[in-house]
Design a protein around this ligand. Structure first.
Ligand code: FCA
Length: 339
């Protein structure tokens, strides 16, 4: 488009002289986005009902308002919906999208669909992988520093257990696992490693595997695990996100294990955690490592906008950090995150 204008201008310059040509140069100097179609960006998430993703969308919308692009939010619960959404974005003349895919193994399919439709693509939260399970480096990604954040969860659990003076011999640690997702595996591995480093007995660690990454699936998996494990009187609980921990905490409550017998620390800090903190008395959901939906929603969208409108490619990999948040410090920690 700009080249075409320049060519016409060059011809005018030689044919008509300076005045007309000056007007041409100011036209040719307008940024690409104004000269081309209006910027439209898709934001595709695997679990639209999860508060974390709603927060991401909210901050993406803020970016859209500030930068003046349109945002198309689509929930993509499975591969079929995801592929349809990408084609649909192209039909709507979007130029790019940010995605947290329903399955990271769909990475190559995402990249191919983006290329075919001439759409720029970035991933958020869950990094896409290729056929051999390697992260796809050509798709810029913003995720959390999963292992480090997991370690913070483990340290928080140990500290709280110590301050309550629990007898370790009676304490089980439940790892609510979703190991097919690398970021989930890294998060719980970090927590495990810090428990072990603090001398927590490996024999007291119990694995439960959730079928999906929501509260209900964690609740079901925890129920099965708790039925099998009757020797522990008290529990530390960790998992990939707040939903994993909340489901486990609810299952424990069903067995009469309440806040004096359960210390759960999640990852996230959205409504799922805030609702627990807002209850009149504490529950087994003791804390969460707050991560930033603002960075993941706002910053990814702005980066995509700049890629499209200013041809500024985003950093290939950004990993964000978290801070332990409990009932006590929630206001301060959220303020620190600009939330
Ligand atoms: C994953 C999880 C979400 C959230 C996000 C940062 O996508 O499924 O719950 O933790 O990472």
């Amino acid at each position: 488009m700009k080249n075409a204008i320049r060519n016409v201008c060059a011809q005018l310059l030689s044919a008509t002289g300076f005045t007309l040509a000056a007007g041409c140069f100011s036209l040719a100097a307008v940024p690409a986005a104004q000269a081309a179609d209006p910027v439209k960006i898709g934001f595709l998430v695997k679990q639209a009902e999860e508060p974390w993703f709603q927060d991401e969308w909210r901050y993406a919308e803020q970016a859209a308002r500030e930068k003046g692009f349109s945002l198309v939010k689509i929930g993509v619960a499975n591969g079929e919906k995801m592929m349809a959404a990408i084609d649909n974005l192209a039909a709507q003349k979007a130029q790019g999208f940010v995605i947290c895919a329903p399955d990271v193994k769909l990475g190559m399919a995402v990249e191919r669909a983006a290329k075919r439709n001439n759409l720029k693509v970035m991933s958020v939260d869950d990094q896409l992988v290729d056929g051999s399970g390697k992260p796809i480096a050509s798709i810029p990604h913003m995720g959390i520093s999963a292992y480090e954040i997991g370690k913070q969860v483990g340290q928080g659990l140990i500290e709280e257990m110590k301050s309550r003076g629990w007898n370790v011999a009676e304490v089980g640690a439940m790892r609510m696992a979703f190991d097919q997702l690398p970021t989930a595996r890294e998060r719980t591995q970090g927590a495990l490693d810090s428990l072990k480093a603090a001398g927590f007995p490996a024999a007291n660690i119990v694995d439960a595997a959730q079928a999906k990454t929501d509260t209900e699936s964690a609740f079901n998996a925890a129920n099965i695990a708790l039925t099998k494990q009757t020797k522990f009187k008290r529990w530390l609980v960790f998992g990939m996100n707040d939903e994993a921990v909340l489901g486990t905490v609810r299952a424990a409550e069903g067995r009469g294990l309440r806040s004096d017998a359960v210390i759960g620390i999640g990852i996230g800090g959205s409504k799922t955690a805030l609702n627990e903190f807002a209850k009149p008395s504490p529950t087994g959901f003791y804390g969460t490592v707050l991560i930033s939906p603002k960075r993941h929603g706002y910053e990814t969208s702005v980066n995509m906008y700049k890629w499209i409108a200013e041809n500024k490619a985003p950093a290939p990999l950004i990993l964000t950090t978290g801070v332990l948040m409990t009932r006590r410090n929630q206001t301060d920690v959220r303020a620190e995150f600009g939330l």
